[in-house]
Design a protein around this ligand. Structure first.
Ligand SMILES: [Zn+2]
Length: 176
């Protein structure tokens, strides 16, 4: 089940990224009981690390959290985890999510410029917990008002870096 409060938290993290002068994208990972285990936000520009996407940061932070708990995720990597991210994951994050064996992904807004939903939706991944291949469950734009808020945030970012002409982030009804 997808919970709105975690997408709202991801939006808060995205705002923090914007304040830090980088792509406004946030992510939250929850466990099987719907409790948050890790968060991540885009840190690409402050760190100069092109892989510091919100989703990868959340997966890294989750790994540290599980190690600290003494939970050996080498045997049960991302079992039953749900990832909430403000924006449709890119190809790199899509692969990372599959490698981590995350069970479900919800993204707040589709990304017409760099989204990799086909990686997420069309491919099976090995589910170490169940010992079989399974399909990832995905939710695209489950909360329409938050999708609009996220696109507005992306427009703000593109405006700040002077690239709104190139990436206007239209509402779906405008793009038709
Ligand atoms: Zn990414």
């Amino acid at each position: 089940m997808i919970e709105r409060r975690w997408m709202e938290r991801a939006v808060e993290l995205a705002l923090r990224s914007l304040e830090e002068g980088t792509y406004p994208i946030g992510a939250v990972l929850t466990d099987a009981e719907g409790r948050p285990v890790a968060e991540g936000r885009n840190r690409v520009l402050p760190t100069g690390d092109p892989t510091a996407h919100a989703e990868v940061e959340a997966l890294r932070n989750a790994a540290a959290w599980f190690r600290a708990q003494g939970d050996d995720r080498r045997r049960r990597p991302g079992e039953a985890l749900t990832l909430y991210t403000t924006l449709e994951p890119c190809l790199m994050c899509g692969r990372a999510i599959l490698f981590a064996q995350v069970g479900a992904v919800a993204w707040g807004a589709n990304d017409p410029y760099g989204g990799g939903h086909r990686i997420l939706q069309a491919q099976s991944h090995y589910d170490g917990h169940r010992g079989r291949w399974s399909r990832l469950r995905t939710w695209a734009e489950p909360f329409p008002d938050l999708a609009r808020e996220i696109r507005a945030l992306m427009r703000r970012w593109e405006g700040l870096r002077g690239r709104l002409g190139e990436f206007p982030w239209p509402e779906p009804e405008e793009a038709r």
